[in-house]
Design a protein around this ligand. Sequence first.
Ligand SMILES: NC(=O)c1ccc[n+]([C@@H]2O[C@H](COP(=O)([O-])OP(=O)(O)OC[C@H]3O[C@@H](n4cnc5c(N)ncnc54)[C@H](OP(=O)(O)O)[C@@H]3O)[C@@H](O)[C@H]2O)c1
Length: 244
Amino acid sequence: MHATTKRVALVTGANRGIGLAIASRLARLGLTVIIGVRDEKNGKEAEKRLTDNGLDAHFTLLDVSNATSIIAALGRIDDIFGRLDVLVNNAGIMIDAETGILELPLGLLQKTLEINTFGPLLLSQGCVPLMQRHNYGRIVNLSSTLGALAEIANPDSKYKELMSPAYRLSKIMLNGITALLAQELRDSNILVNAVCPGWVRTDLGGPRAPILPEEAAETPVWLATLPDDGPTGGFFREHQPIPW
Ligand SMILES: NC(=O)c1ccc[n+]([C@@H]2O[C@H](COP(=O)([O-])OP(=O)(O)OC[C@H]3O[C@@H](n4cnc5c(N)ncnc54)[C@H](OP(=O)(O)O)[C@@H]3O)[C@@H](O)[C@H]2O)c1
């Protein structure tokens, strides 16, 4: 173990898109950043991109849909760094953009929930004991305005034509997990928040999206580095609270 006094952050799905931008920004702020990636080659390439820029970044193999992989990754982090201060649940999929809820196959919902929802829950459950050791923790869940019930229940919502029911349901539940975790951890210095990064130009967001991953990383990184008196149990977009 090389026990470190530097804060250690784990960012899931950090080989591309918003996750890579968050990892890069956290490392530039002086944190040791662990990039959790499910493919070894992609993970090593992303690690090299960051370390070539002088950043303190380390790849660890992590498939967030696999409980064994989650337990193994957290065990390695504990063995090597002896601490974990920040968890950014970024990894996510949207595989039902053209499907309506009337045709939604349960298998597709199950697959989406495993990655977007159950993974973040299992990771949070595993990270909290490590965070409690130093009485410090920040958990940031990458959610989406598409998962806000305030939008889904609004017949005039500007998102009313969008489908993606499995994706939207997965983010509703992720928001619920955020609020429940924050409630249970309210008397600790572990702050838990959800964030919508906006519509971002990534493989998931597509080429027409107006926001670049580097800009989208700003609010998640703010939440990942909140002061002790910062908010918990909130849902944010561009630093502002938004309705669930
Ligand atoms: N882009 C947007 O407009 C937008 C809007 C609102 C919210 N978000 C949220 O922001 C987050 C990041 O999205 P993005 O746009 O950056 O997506 P992206 O470019 O498609 O990247 C998704 C990342 O998640 C990883 N991933 C998928 N399944 C995984 C698994 N089982 N285990 C580990 N990693 C896995 C991918 O790894 P591989 O390379 O191995 O596939 C990739 O690194 C997601 O949670 C998304 O829902 C995005």
